[in-house]
Design a protein around this ligand. Structure first.
Ligand SMILES: Nc1ncnc2c1ncn2[C@@H]1O[C@H](COP(=O)(O)OP(=O)(O)O)[C@@H](O)[C@H]1O
Ligand SMILES: [Mg+2]
Length: 249
């Protein structure tokens, strides 16, 4: 199968106020077209740093990242940017409250260099695909629910037809039933678009319900990875076992 994201021996250390944090240590994994890979780990284990590295928002100290077989670098980031997009934990924070939903989406599309005509066609298609009514177009973000806003964040991420979607704690701020709907949507998008998803969550239960494979991070390291059933039901690493136990409390 076609590898759309390859992370090879990537490391990132932060220095702040005299403290040194090895946020990501020698991490390697790959993600294939149409695959959903979960990255689990407690808060502070390096998950968001890893997602920012994959997005090219920060530069690794060591290692290499390939997006659709092209090496991510300062030079290639502009052309690779449309191939990898992201949704975050709190969708409300990522929409400008002054803009209507429609103008916000059009503006996001323009920033990605997409033609007006294309957006006119693409936005209604994506609203439909994500289960949103076209009437949200003229609304303001604050008039929408958390679930609707997260669908909208997904629409915005899909404007440029990316190959990879990174969801960093994308359902963590939502109620259980709303979260389940968004998880179903992600699963449907993989089916309908063949998009690959890097699904990051501290919650192994959520990961288990969606992902084909899981990687577990602990203090910056990928301590275990494999098929979801294997990692969840026959974990080998002590930290994975602890994370699974904690989830049952
Ligand atoms: N910009 C930064 N400067 C300094 N330390 C950081 C920075 N970003 C993250 N860290 C540290 O790196 C570690 C991993 O953080 P993060 O990747 O956000 O973990 P997670 O998403 O798993 O909660 C934490 O100890 C965090 O404090
Ligand atoms: Mg995080």
């Amino acid at each position: 199968m076609n590898e759309v994201l390859e992370v090879k021996n990537v490391s990132k250390t932060f220095y702040k106020d005299g403290a040194r944090t090895e946020a990501v240590k020698n991490v390697s994994f790959s993600l294939k077209e149409g695959e959903i890979l979960g990255i689990a780990g407690e808060s502070g284990s390096g998950k968001s740093t890893l997602s920012r590295l994959c997005m090219g928002l920060i530069k690794p100290d060591g290692g290499e990242i390939f997006i659709c077989r092209q090496k991510l670098s300062k030079k290639s980031i502009k052309s690779l940017r449309p191939k990898i997009q992201m949704v975050f934990q709190n969708p409300a924070d990522t929409f400008n409250p002054a803009f209507s939903v429609g103008s916000g989406l059009s503006e996001a599309g323009r920033c990605l260099g997409l033609e007006k005509e294309l957006l006119k066609k693409r936005i209604p298609e994506l609203l439909k695909l994500t289960g949103l009514s076209e009437s949200v177009y003229n609304r303001r973000p604050k008039e929408l629910s958390g679930g609707q806003l997260q669908r909208l964040a997904i629409v915005r991420a899909l404007l440029c037809s990316p190959k990879i979607l990174i969801a960093d704690e994308a359902v963590s701020s939502l109620d259980v039933s709303v979260s389940a709907n968004i998880l179903n949507l992600l699963s449907d998008l993989r089916e309908s678009l063949g998009i690959a998803i890097l699904f990051i969550s501290h919650d192994l239960k959520v990961i288990g319900s969606l992902c084909d494979r899981v990687g577990v991070m602990y203090r910056g390291e990928l301590v275990e990875s494999g098929k979801t059933e294997k990692v969840l039901f026959e974990p080998e690493n002590d930290y994975t076992k602890r994370l699974l136990d904690a989830r049952l409390d």
